[in-house]
Design a protein around this ligand. Sequence first.
Ligand code: R5P
Length: 580
Amino acid sequence: MGSAAASPQPSGNLTQDELKRVAAHRAVEFVESGMTLGLGTGSTAAHALDRLGDLLRAGALPGVAGVPTSLKTEAHAARVGIPLLPLDAASGASIRLSIDGADEVDPDLNLVKGRGGSLLREKMIEGAGDRFVVIVDESKLVPRLGCTGAVPVEVIPFGAPHTLGLIRKVFDGVPGFHARLRTVPAANGEDSDAPFLTDNGNYIVEMFFEDGIRGDLLDISDRLLRITGVIEHGMFLGMATTVIVANKDGTVTVINKKKMNQAVSSTSTRGRGKSERVWTYFEDEALLKALFELSLDPKWKSEGSFKNGYLSVLKATLAEKIPGCGLTAVPHIESRVRHFRTKYGAIEVMLANSGFSWDENRKMVQCEKQQYEDHCKRHPDAKGLYGISFPHLDTLAAIYGKDIATGKGAEGLGDAISNLEKEITLEESHDREVEEDSMSRETPRWASDRNLLDSTSSTSKRRKRDKGNEVRKSSDPFLDMLGEFRDDLKNASNHFGKMTEIMEREAKLQEEAAHKDPMQVLQQKSITELTRLGFTSTELVKAASVFVNVPNQMTMLFALPETLRRGFILNMLANEAQKN
Ligand SMILES: O=C[C@H](O)[C@H](O)[C@H](O)COP(=O)(O)O
């Protein structure tokens, strides 16, 4: 969509209202010209209305119209210039997208709405559309619906005390439950007897729970709706398709319902039962938090690998944090950890290639769709990442990449070693687990530089290399050389002082290379030179891609005086980045 003004940039110390605006502006990015929208109600949705109004007035979204979920929203939308439609057969069928706030969002993206009294029209309109995007600040995320305040129920005024009694019966015996008719505060701010009236002229019963609603929400919903005086309740079950969360630090997490449902491991563990399980956002968070904590404990992680039994520790932690979650060490947790490690690696591999970048705000990889699809043909682990938020990248980097953050060699060659170590650590971690479990399983294919450039390397080749330290050969000696070089870095990387060893080995490689094809020699020489010049592993890989396509760049590198070589490569990488 077009944009009349920039979305708010994330930063620290945002107020809750600013966070609401951040989420709202992000949601408006989903709006396209010609769309009929469901327009939500409340302080968060109000920011979306303002933003839409700005865009419409700037001529950015021709043909957009909205169906308001309340009288207040109707007035607001009219004020900011959003054309309005009533909810009739035509508009109901064509509502492409609704954007609205919520009072609570649970781990399954069920919502409590209606604390502003607009739940009935909201449910009608948002239920009629194709996509329902919910916008909240982080404070709205709850472990269970009903944790933070009232769950409203719209009832007809006739016989309201009687209906209230029937509602109470549904929760008979539930400790701490109570319900009351909502009233409007008197002018002096104190309680009054005047019932609150919805836009539809109805009353609201407010239900309160001590620690949220426990039990089957659909069943509870049915029981409430079977009460004749009840018109609708504020539990929006299974309706949200996307939830946009503005986090305290101003970053945004986009949780996609489809993605959550697809978030099952594609890995099969033979002989150990099915690993398929839908993980909620909160379960993922709890898992990664526990994994991170374990990674800090040398009893459970050392030399880049988690130790036997760590899955059981994770299981116990999750059982304590999320009672009743029923997550098992194998296959559930094992499979999910592997999923995260694989996707983390896949993202790292993508980001090492030109044309891919990381959108810190949306927490997703940015690239052209075609480029992504081509990449996936060579790197299937990257599938399922296009346009999907991956909020855990930083945590995973902290878990799997923290060993490299030794503070030594923050720049230059030390950095190159560290970065390479990071990838090697990931590979080691996987192999350790393969040994733990003799069952056959997929092997992540992301932990080798070779995969950055050549997808022809097979699992069996890697296994052979890993287990027997045999020298591997691929169809491309240049890539082999990169791999060997990496192995050497791995061996030497425990201490920066081992650089001499690496360079000696490099000299030997060069000597060996002298008997090879002149192009190979040049490639080896170039990579050694780039390493000497202090380029990181990511830069090395990018440069290698250029060298493969434009060998003259290597010739030019050595034609230049040493002092100019680093600048030359930086320039080459910058040009390459611009091209993509
Ligand atoms: O009736 C009110 C609506 O359901 C609102 O969407 C909900 O109460 C959230 O409002 P706010 O964005 O002001 O927190």
